[in-house]
Design a protein around this ligand. Structure first.
Ligand code: SF4
Length: 492
């Protein structure tokens, strides 16, 4: 029977609690069952006066509002409060009844400033501790990766620092201070040893120009450094730096933080070639941590004789060049840390390889032997001989665990672009994003018992391994059959 509903009948009373209007399988309802923020009042106690002033917004309600927004990818306070006005689930999750007035959007900004980035880091760490308690983190294998976050600045704010002009004005000082034989160039040129000019943003000086690929243009960015536990994909550490920072420098301190948080030693770490620093390999060897990190590929057609053709003799602290001459240790470098080895000018002047060895303007060939050089050579040999099957599988898992986490943060939780300026403000966005991703995993595990979650994850892993193995041996035609067989097995 066809019926018509009267849309304009106003209800005087709504019977039943607000929660009864929200379905049990709603994400916020599932998260509410596993979220414990009772500790927050104590954590932020020193940010508020206890016996004077206007009553504050309940810290727990403020945090719940922010989390609700991040679950949905709503990272702007104004949009979040507009949504909370009309979305019952947001109101219920934050603890506001239908008739209660919600806070102003600007109050959330002030709360963030008042609490500071460190407290938001603590909120993130609490989610890791909850995942640890639920058995979702075992801390044995950690996938580490870094990703750029576009800063919230316009191109008009990018300007060249006037270093060059300052250096040119002081070029005479530079000449007298230099003990280099080669005189510094005048005019628009940069004197030897002078700092390079750099583009900076005037509206957010903490950001810097960076790119993730050589064929992509530079963008004003921040860099997020993430460590993901292999067991259930929980993010166990996250940190933020300016975009141009080298991710490899932060690997070891990130592992230390992970171990401090989980209380367990990391047995294996996977990362991409950006982390293939000699110091990282050496320290990981010392710690007996398996480093699944591919060494950087050498350029295919180098213009000059590459440094790898020079043989390092650690015992005698010298380097032997392709012409059989020795290069002696000269000075220490800081970035990257290591020692410079220089050939003798008389050897190079008479050498038939001179034209291919170094540029016209230099007098001798200088080779940098970075700290951990031998560990890096061992890693390179291991890769050249071919990683064994388990190592290849761990690196495959790195792709979808670590890089997948970044993809999820950007596509579902609004981290493709920073919404505020300054390292602390962007760090808060990063911590909240990582916290909601962990809470999602925790909520999922609460619905499916840990065993079944891990079983499902294990089955997916088996399928991925099967896929990559067949791709490797070129038998893609059998994938469909194998996939169907596994799917049938799962259904059974
Ligand atoms: S140019 Fe100098 S460093 Fe290069 S191969 Fe010849 S002697 Fe060795």
């Amino acid at each position: 029977m066809q019926t018509r509903k009267d849309r304009w009948q106003d209800d005087l009373f709504v019977a039943g609690p607000l929660s009864s209007l929200i379905p049990d399988d709603h994400l916020l309802k599932r998260v509410d069952k596993v979220l414990d923020v009772s500790w927050l009042h104590e954590e932020v106690r020193d940010c508020y006066c206890q016996d004077n002033g206007r009553p504050s917004i309940d810290p727990e309600a403020a945090l719940r509002l922010m989390l609700a927004g991040f679950f949905e990818g709503i990272v702007h306070d104004r949009k979040l409060m507009q949504r909370a006005q009309t979305d019952l689930s947001f109101r219920w999750f934050a603890g506001y009844a239908l008739h209660e007035r919600l806070p102003e959007h600007s109050s959330l900004t002030r709360i963030r400033q008042r609490w500071g980035a460190e407290r938001f880091r603590r909120i993130f760490e609490k989610t890791v501790e909850a995942c640890l308690k639920a058995g979702l983190v075992n801390g044995q294998t950690v996938h580490v990766d870094a990703s750029l976050i576009r800063a919230d600045v316009s191109w008009k704010s990018i300007t060249v620092q006037h270093v060059e002009r300052v250096v040119e004005a002081n070029v005479e000082d530079a000449v007298s201070a230099s003990d280099d034989d080669e005189p510094p160039r005048r005019g628009r040129g940069r004197p030897a040893g002078a700092p390079k000019s750099k583009k900076v943003s005037t509206t957010d000086p903490d950001t810097s120009l960076a790119t993730s690929r050589s064929d992509y243009p530079l963008q004003p960015c921040y860099k997020q450094h993430t460590a993901v536990d292999d067991h259930a994909g929980v993010i166990v550490d996250v940190a933020l730096t300016t975009g141009e920072a080298s991710e490899g420098q932060y690997l070891l301190e990130q592992l230390e933080r992970v171990e401090a948080l989980t209380g367990r030693p990391v047995e294996r770490v996977t990362a991409d070639a950006g982390y293939a620093h000699g110091t990282n390999y050496a320290r990981l060897e010392e710690r007996r941590t398996d480093a699944v990190i591919p060494p950087q590929r050498p350029p295919r057609h180098p213009k000059r004789i590459p440094a790898r053709r020079f043989k390092y003799d650690a015992r005698h602290r010298l380097v032997r060049c392709p012409a059989g001459k020795t290069l002696e240790r000269k000075s220490r470098t800081e970035h990257p840390s290591g020692w410079r080895y220089a050939a003798r000018a008389c050897d190079c002047a008479a050498c038939p390889l001179r034209a291919r060895c170094f540029s016209e303007s230099a007098r001798v060939r200088i080779v940098l032997i970075a700290d951990g050089h031998e560990a890096r050579l061992r890693a390179r040999r291991r890769k050249e001989q071919g990683w064994d099957e388990p190592t290849r599988e761990w690196y495959d898992r790195h792709r979808w665990r670590a890089e997948g986490a970044h993809g999820e943060a950007k596509t579902q939780h609004g981290l493709s672009r920073a919404v505020r300026r300054g390292t602390d403000n962007v760090a808060i966005q990063v911590y909240l994003t990582a916290a909601v991703m962990n809470l999602k995993r925790l909520a999922r595990a609460a619905v499916a018992p840990t065993g079944s979650l891990v079983r499902t994850t294990g089955t997916l892993t088996t399928l991925k391994r099967l896929w990559s193995r067949l791709k490797r041996v070129g038998r893609l035609d059998t994938v469909d059959t194998a996939f169907n067989r596994t799917a049938l097995g799962l259904a059974a």
